[in-house]
Write a protein that binds this ligand. Structure first.
Ligand code: CUA
Length: 181
């Protein structure tokens, strides 16, 4: 083979390889596009931010931590400029805790310091995630989406109690929080 024929053969091989790569990238784009359009991601829950305080899951006396009959621990909270409600959350250590939260006005978010608990709160949507706090103690929970001039003062506390102490407090089926009364 002449030098030119070798070069042409190499070029052709690379053309085929690159063509296959581009083809498979386009195939993945088309597949995921159609798949997501046909089947939206799960857990998209909407809620009307204008009536949060009037009716439904996020009325004031339903906020805080509850333990269902099946033993599931659920924390419900609302963010608004510039505070979280409740301001202090009570959760158990070593037991999965499900957060359900939303915003009453603009986009907020929070993370619980030193844990993987982290979410955005978008008005109109319910953010949910489940996490387990490993160790008892008190942690800070700052807002982590810039939400206006009061953003840096927007934070709550999370009190992680040993599981048995938490169970004692949760015994009566009320909504729990560590906000002083
Ligand atoms: Cu709320 Cu930043």
């Amino acid at each position: 083979m002449t030098g030119e024929a070798v070069a042409v053969a190499a070029e052709r091989r690379w053309t085929i390889v690159v063509g296959l790569v581009i083809g498979s990238i386009i195939a993945v784009m088309v597949f995921t596009g159609l798949h997501w359009a046909a089947m939206p991601p799960s857990r998209v829950e909407t809620v009307d931010p204008r009536t949060l305080h009037i009716s439904g899951e996020f009325v004031e006396n339903n906020l805080g931590t509850s333990v269902g009959r099946d033993g599931r621990v659920v924390v419900r909270l609302v963010a608004q400029q510039y505070s979280f409600h409740p301001q202090c959350l009570l959760v158990p250590a070593g037991i999965p805790v499900t957060f359900r939260a939303t915003s009453a006005d603009v986009i907020h978010g929070f993370n619980v310091a030193g844990t993987n608990a982290n979410t955005m709160l978008i008005p109109g949507f319910v953010a949910t995630f489940t996490t387990t706090f490993r160790e008892p103690g008190e942690r800070l929970m700052p807002c982590h989406e810039y939400c206006g001039t009061g953003h840096e003062g927007m934070w709550a506390r999370v009190k992680v109690l040993p599981a048995d102490e938490f169970r004692d407090r949760a015994g009566r089926g009320e909504r729990l929080s560590c906000v002083p009364r």
